[in-house]
Write a protein that binds this ligand. Structure first.
Ligand code: SF4
Ligand code: SF4
Ligand code: FES
Length: 257
């Protein structure tokens, strides 16, 4: 993220009200709807019902990292914060967490995690493979900090314990909703990078353990044989109006009854 203009402890619109210039200005917010947050130690006055991400943008920050989907899926916006009068260090996704008065926060747009390189085609899906790549999982002390911090409510300690047992299927299943935000790794006293363990398990599961779908194999053959090329060519040749009708017009659209 980068800050391009400041809104430090100043109500947006105040300056405009004092100016005699007739240029249009955004409406002055109701002062009772404003709160103060602290971003990396600097105070900013922002509307109280914004998410952290929107509040930071309101304050003048422009995200060049630490922001992706804005919908809680990409994991790019991990944020660490404390709330007023609380000793607890909390975390959340900036696009999902609403600001509160007196919140102190900073973002973790990148976490220098230990990620092993491998050729998934050459790795066996056996009970040792996860521990071979990530032996530090054996250092887990079952403190549960990773589970408590996960914004996806994943039983992170549970899937690390499954990794220690070599249960690839269990790790893949339990970590399925991981959005790779990296917050679990920031709290682990054993310095485990949980999400890379989960990723390896899911890759191994998908490539070597999951039952192969006969339909998928058939479809792959059809794709390789060029069965869908004419349809794609037709789509590529359409103009915007034709494409729009194809998508929205029930008379044109090919929908199931
Ligand atoms: S398991 Fe870790 S990286 Fe994945 S969503 Fe939870 S906290 Fe984020
Ligand atoms: S934070 Fe680390 S040590 Fe604690 S339970 Fe999770 S994996 Fe184990
Ligand atoms: S921006 Fe993607 S999870 Fe927040």
């Amino acid at each position: 993220m980068a800050q391009v203009k400041g809104q430090k402890a100043k109500v947006k619109g105040q300056k405009a009200a004092a100016s005699s210039a007739p240029s249009p200005q955004p409406p002055t917010p109701d002062p009772s709807s404003l709160i103060t947050i602290y971003v990396m130690g600097e105070a900013y006055v922002v509307p109280k019902d914004l998410t952290i991400m929107k509040a930071m943008e309101y304050a003048g920050f422009r995200f060049i990292r630490g922001c992706g989907c804005r919908g809680g899926f990409c994991g790019a916006c991990g944020t660490v914060f404390r709330t007023k009068d609380s000793y607890k260090l909390k975390v959340g996704l900036a696009c999902q967490t609403v600001v509160t008065d007196g919140m102190y926060l900073t973002q973790i747009p990148f976490y220098p995690a230990n990620k092993k390189e491998y050729d998934i085609a050459k790795e066996p899906a056996n009970t040792q493979v996860l521990v071979r790549f990530y032996p530090e999982v054996m250092r887990c002390i079952s403190c549960n900090s990773c589970t408590k911090i996960c914004p996806q409510d994943i039983d992170v300690m549970g899937y690390i314990n499954a990794a220690i047992r070599g249960d690839i299927e269990k790790v893949a299943d339990m970590s399925f909703d991981c959005i790779m935000c990296g917050l679990c790794a920031t709290r682990c006293p054993a310095e485990i990078v949980h999400y890379h363990v989960g990723l390896l398990a899911r890759r191994l599961y998908g490539a070597k353990v999951a039952k192969k779908s006969a339909h998928l194999a058939e479809r792959m053959k059809e794709i390789k044989a060029g069965k869908f090329e004419p349809g794609l060519d037709k789509l590529c040749g359409m103009d915007e109006k034709e494409l729009s009708a194809l998508f929205y017009d029930p008379k044109v659209r090919d929908v199931e009854p």
